[in-house]
Design a protein around this ligand. Structure first.
Ligand SMILES: C[S@@+](CC[C@H](N)C(=O)[O-])C[C@H]1O[C@@H](n2cnc3c(N)ncnc32)[C@H](O)[C@@H]1O
Length: 289
């Protein structure tokens, strides 16, 4: 193909130009979403963000990121679907049972010494992690002096969390996790089955406050003895991760406990010196300064 035979605007884009164009389209999409709706994804890790954006382009039957931008900015329901698809609400009850076992053994004895306990589940998704904590605290006799704050940026997930209704087919795996996590009873005591679903006992919800909170844009709202933020920051870049660790450090009381996901760590963040490990393997840290 001879360039002079075609208008220069018809030249096919070389590989790096294509990449550059894709980055520009993503930047414009995220900046538009931030300006119009206030949700800020600009500091999410690019490789996984790209994958999820393309996945959503196809789910909306579109062929480019610019087309998605047009639709997201003009159609609020499309924006809501977009948020849901970027949020990756994957979770389970007593996820990583070893962590919950370690929490029982190493954190519960500390919590027993407090008159009152505040726990924040940041990025709680559809609530399975929060009900797991409520069950654990109830079994350890700590629930009545606890307040659990369960937050997420995704309102659709939070609605499900508030209802506490889950598919019955998941109970087999959850029962296994519960027992491996040191569960003391029959897991079925905590829910009532109805058709293909189960609903968790309303009693478990009485000290839980569900609220929308965005880690990228919202500030601290209380002082906590424990913060769980598991499998959320893996989707952030270093800058946003540091920002969120700043928020947690500010929100934790002295000797407060921070619990991260299996693939996450406090190391290589600006706050690594502020914590000591309570359980290095299970990613449980205690704030020391
Ligand atoms: C993979 S789920 C983790 C759920 C649970 N913590 C667990 O480990 O099973 C990630 C959750 O983080 C939430 N999330 C992502 N970015 C967030 C942000 N900026 N602020 C608050 N929540 C966020 C998502 O909506 C999603 O529900």
């Amino acid at each position: 193909m001879v360039a002079t035979e075609r208008g220069s605007d018809e030249l096919p884009l070389a590989g790096t130009d294509k990449n550059e164009l894709e980055n520009i389209e993503i930047e414009l999409l995220l900046s538009g979403v931030h300006r119009l709706y206030g949700y800020d994804f600009r500091n999410y890790a690019l490789p996984s963000l790209k994958r999820r954006i393309w996945h959503h382009v196809h789910a909306e039957n579109l062929s480019s990121i610019s087309a998605l931008q047009e639709k997201v900015l003009h159609d609020r329901t499309c924006f809501e679907r977009f948020i849901y698809s970027l949020s990756i609400p994957v979770t389970e009850m007593f996820r990583d049972p070893g962590l919950f076992m370690a929490f029982r053994q190493k954190v519960v004895p500390l919590l027993r010494t407090y008159p009152y306990i505040r726990i924040w589940h940041a990025g709680c998704s559809t609530g399975e992690e929060v009900y797991s904590m409520a069950i654990l605290l109830q079994e350890e006799g700590l629930y009545d002096k606890a307040r659990i704050y369960a937050t997420d940026m995704n309102n659709r997930s939070l609605q499900q969390a508030k209802e506490g209704v889950y598919e019955i087919s998941k109970m087999k795996q959850y029962t296994k996790n519960y027992l491996e996590a040191g569960g003391k009873h029959a897991f079925s005591k905590y829910y009532t089955a109805k058709y293909n679903s189960v609903i968790f006992q309303p009693d478990l919800r009485k000290n839980i406050i569900f609220a929308e909170h965005n880690l990228a844009t919202d500030t601290s709202f209380n002082e906590f003895n424990v913060i769980f933020c598991r499998n959320v920051m893996i989707y952030f870049n270093d800058e946003l991760r540091d920002h969120v660790h700043g928020l947690f450090c500010e929100s934790l009381s002295r000797f407060g406990v921070l619990v991260l996901g299996a693939k996450e760590s406090i190391h290589f963040t600006r706050y690594s010196d502020s914590y000591e490990p309570l359980d290095r393997v299970e990613k449980i840290y205690r704030k020391v300064k």
